[in-house]
Design a protein around this ligand. Sequence first.
Ligand SMILES: [Zn+2]
Length: 261
Amino acid sequence: MTEPASPALASQTAIEDAAELVRKAKRAVVLTGAGISTPSGIPDFRSEGTGLWSRDEPLEVASLTTFRVAPERFFEWFRPLAGQIFYAKANAAHRALAQLEEAGHVKMIITQNIDALHQKAGSKCVVETHGTMKTLTCIRCYQKFEAELFLKPFIDDGKIPTCTSCNGILKPDVILFGEQLPHSAWVMAQRAVRHCDLMLVAGSSLEVLPVAGLPVQALDRGAHLIVVNNTPTYVNVRADVVITDDVASILPEITKRALHG
Ligand SMILES: [Zn+2]
């Protein structure tokens, strides 16, 4: 009877294979999801068991409908998450991707996250398909505001942000359930995916459409695919390399080997 290869050994081979693909890629695109930010202490609010589901269902409370009819309910639910995001720091996985971009291996990061941790880590080309917490828009006059001025009073004292011109409520520019994706971000993401030669999925379980469909678009055009996520995804069967592990320990390893051999 043959002994199965140890998980650590299997993982080392996969890391080397992934590094080789990254090194050879000319137009790699990275797709990230909540899993890359959980090591920074930000819960995946779409997953049950994170604490954010305990009192209200995000599907209901983080919806455009709730925001329109009972914004105070939305803001009450959003406040702890906003606080976690505001004070969060980028982790080793974010920094590894920023290094790969700086070295010219990664052309774009497409993220489902609203926490701007990729930018905090130094990434330049980041497309936020689910919006951002950096800006707020008045739901009455549509004026846009930098979130910085409003976030701290909201997080510290629960003060709901209001428009300085018309006193309308300011909605964070994050995509709520029931809302369309931001058009320009989605167009940029799709264009990059059509032209990429490698897609690296990092920390996304690929459960939220339409972003979850991007890896298949890349594969259908002949791109290679690497998946690093702590749970299996639906495209694992078609991937060149699959590493089912923590992104914060694996991405720095791949990056180290891709950059320094
Ligand atoms: Zn206004």
